[in-house]
Design a protein around this ligand. Structure first.
Ligand code: FES
Length: 102
């Protein structure tokens, strides 16, 4: 059964940045876009590089290895002809904690 788990504090992920956290033996990338938080499966669906270490521009993250670009809010890959989207998780803020549902 999926439920929300605390992964970090709000202050742990500055605006416009991302951090990687371990949760239930999974690596999750937490992104802060202007105070709104999103969570992606941190493994790039192409070859597993860290998306939290990608290049964030506006609402997208570009993997640093082969440069696939993903929309952060829904994980959709924006490269033409690419069907491999990044996994996403629901996020909520409770007090000063970022919680993710997995
Ligand atoms: S590992 Fe991310 S684009 Fe190849």
């Amino acid at each position: 059964m999926s439920e929300f788990h605390s992964v970090c504090k709000v202050v742990d992920v500055p605006a416009g940045e991302a951090r990687m956290f371990s949760l239930n033996q999974m690596m999750v990338g937490v992104f802060n876009l202007g105070g709104k938080f999103f969570a992606l499966d941190n493994r790039c669906p192409h070859a597993g590089a860290s998306l939290a270490h990608g290049l964030i521009e506006h609402d997208t993250v570009t993997c640093r290895i082969h440069h696939w670009k993903f929309r952060i809010n829904d994980g959709i890959c924006l490269d033409d002809g690419n069907q491999c989207n990044a996994g996403t998780y629901p996020v909520r803020i409770v007090g000063d904690e970022v919680q993710i549902k997995i």
